[in-house]
Ligand binder design. Sequence first.
Ligand SMILES: Cc1ncc(COP(=O)(O)O)c(C=O)c1O
Length: 401
Amino acid sequence: MSRLAARTGRIATSPTMMVTAAVDQLKRQGIAIVDLGAGEPDFPTPGPINAAARAAIDRDFTKYTPVAGTLDLRRAVARRYELDYGVRYQESQVIITAGGKQALFNTAMALFGPGDEVLLHTPGWPTLSEQVKLAEATPVFVRMRAEDGCTIAARPFLDALTPRTRGIVLNSPCNPTGAMISEGELTLLAQEAARRDIWIVIDLCYEKLIFAPVPHNLPRVLETHCPGLGVICGSASKAYAMTGWRCGWTIAPADVVAAESALQSHATSNVASITQAAALEALTGSQQPVAEMRDEYQRRRDAVHGWLTKDGYFSAELPPATFYLWLDVSRLLSAEGLRTSNDVARVLLDEVRVAVTPGEAFDAPGFVRISFAASLDILREGSDRLVAFARQRLTPPVVSR
Ligand SMILES: Cc1ncc(COP(=O)(O)O)c(C=O)c1O
């Protein structure tokens, strides 16, 4: 019998964190790595946000706050979404959390339980399904079509619904593919959710990193078509380059927020007061840094996509959002050689010292995730090494006679 509670055996360590750990270990040994594995912005947190945190310390804003966050910050989140999406929320519908991760965790705990099925898309971010398992519900994976760039579509979800379905969890824009769900497709899901009285949870963590001017007003679709059944989880991490500060939020019906506050009150209490002061500045201050970072990601996306695909060894859709390129490495796979993208990622790290995240981490073998949250120089170097590696592997060696 295990010494540990059964739930610990149901979940796996975050595979994306495992890549980070392997890279850290090599770096500690003094080995230089071209790191295309990062799941976080390489930009510093914008100056005014840092200044707001310093000012918070200087005025001794260093004590407990209400569990759900300061009133100012909850209002600022509501106001941000009103400005961005034209949808109005009360502060009772907002709770501030330790990153988007805790927002999603609280939500899974508050909404799902034993016997419930929860639909999630693959490729997808592994934490979402692990959290469903921690809530003792059953994740049901719904595969999106690689031929459509893994665009999140309604039909496969509708086909997977059963009387036990309790919720649908979507991540749009999606880590690892950068794909999104359109307003029209979400409308179909929201209408069905309203008919069946099931939840729709949307992880909007990458909402500020959309390049193409496509409509993505998902909060409005939820409000219109399944009011009372939509939950939004957001985060300051990627939008404002604030991953280390740990600030996210859930926007949900007030009873859901009250339940999440009760859970959080026994787990972590409030998010650090200083972080809350910083996030208040992030949400209410100039949004110009967000636009600048997004534009830079777009330049990098175009460059790295060109470098990696031009010789035909790899293929990839141009991602409409996020800082990830979803690279098809299937040409490198064979029964005798590299059999999986895990193998590809390992050999790339061992032989050419480039870190990428294998598709298996997102339940999608045959692909690796390339992060372009890195400078153009690093991206150029990484791309060159990947292409040289593929050229060498795929060119039959010249046999001398
Ligand atoms: C899809 C997705 N959602 C949520 C998060 C949570 O980020 P944080 O907890 O830093 O807000 C991440 C982080 O990588 C992510 O990729």
